[in-house]
Design a protein around this ligand. Structure first.
Ligand SMILES: Nc1ncnc2c1ncn2[C@@H]1O[C@H](COP(=O)(O)OP(=O)(O)OP(=O)(O)O)[C@@H](O)[C@H]1O
Length: 260
């Protein structure tokens, strides 16, 4: 059984201001198996975040359904950890308290929270920064805290919506490598939204290329490149060329600002 099953999902938003309907997603069917790393790739506005938000349970499909481990998703749950573009940390709490925030909500004792936090702080490479506050850390370090916070919940699935989008190129590549390492150690299922073909090909076991709005799955591409991935290899560039050819008509349709 697939960990995530998206079955004939469509989503129409009502634009109240303009009194029109916006068809964001049209009949998406997609399954993500356990321990897969799926990257959702497509032009701006094609519905990547909307699809992600439905897996998270923040949005409901207009038709169709999403299941995680066979359960129909109707609301957010601890089986799905979220990492957003900005880490949204609690500025008044030190790193370790941010990482263990879920346990605080569940009423766990301080010692237990501290011990649990340390394991994930070490995993994301923040050892030594346990008592720093978010304002004392770089953007990349804040994102590591956000990832550690999601991992601590030990979710079935981690949902990441452009988590490295605000980082500079070098930091972004470092974080991509670390994320692959964490995923390999932690062995979980990840759905990762990105605009970047290189990022999708560096990370994913699969890349779902989406069409411009209304979003559909244009092609689901298994990525069998060896790791660590070499972004200069001929095979990497063959797949990249293929994805560009899939996206080219979409970019024209969605307008000149559609992809970076
Ligand atoms: N709450 C909402 N109300 C109305 N329209 C919405 C809402 N959320 C999303 N949309 C519309 O649905 C479409 C898909 O949006 P979504 O944010 O999912 O795209 P995206 O692919 O994640 O875009 P980007 O890459 O730019 O973040 C867009 O046209 C957007 O304007």
């Amino acid at each position: 059984m697939a960990t995530i099953q998206i079955s004939n999902v469509s989503k129409t938003f009502r634009d109240l201001k303009r009194k029109t309907d916006v068809v964001a997603l049209d009949d998406i069917t997609l399954s993500v198996e356990k321990n897969e790393f799926l990257c959702l790739l497509g032009p701006s506005g094609c519905g990547k975040s909307t699809l992600q938000n439905m897996i998270a349970g923040f949005e409901k499909p207009s038709s169709g359904q999403v299941t995680v481990d066979g359960q129909v998703i109707t609301s957010p749950g601890a089986d799905r950890g979220m990492v957003f573009q900005h880490a949204n940390l609690m500025p008044w709490l030190p790193v370790w308290e941010n990482v263990a925030f879920y346990l605080l909500l569940r009423g766990s004792q301080k010692l237990m929270r501290r011990e649990a936090a340390q394991r994930y702080i070490d995993m994301v490479g923040l050892t030594g920064f346990e008592n720093h506050y978010p304002s004392e850390l770089s953007g990349g370090m804040n994102q590591r805290v956000g990832i550690a916070r999601a991992l601590l919940m030990n979710p079935q699935v981690i949902l990441m919506d452009e988590p490295f989008g605000a980082l500079d190129e070098q930091n972004r590549m470092d974080m991509q490598n670390e994320l692959v390492g964490i995923w390999q150690k932690h062995a979980g299922t990840i759905v990762f939204v990105t605009h970047s073909i290189d990022e999708a090909l560096t990370l994913g076991t699969h890349v779902a290329v989406m069409t411009a709005r209304p979003g559909r799955i244009r092609e689901l591409i298994p990525i069998d490149l060896p790791r660590p991935r070499d972004i200069t290899s001929p095979r990497f560039n063959d797949i990249k060329r293929h994805i560009l050819s899939l996206l080219r008509p979409e970019r024209a349709e969605a307008g000149p600002l559609a992809m970076e």
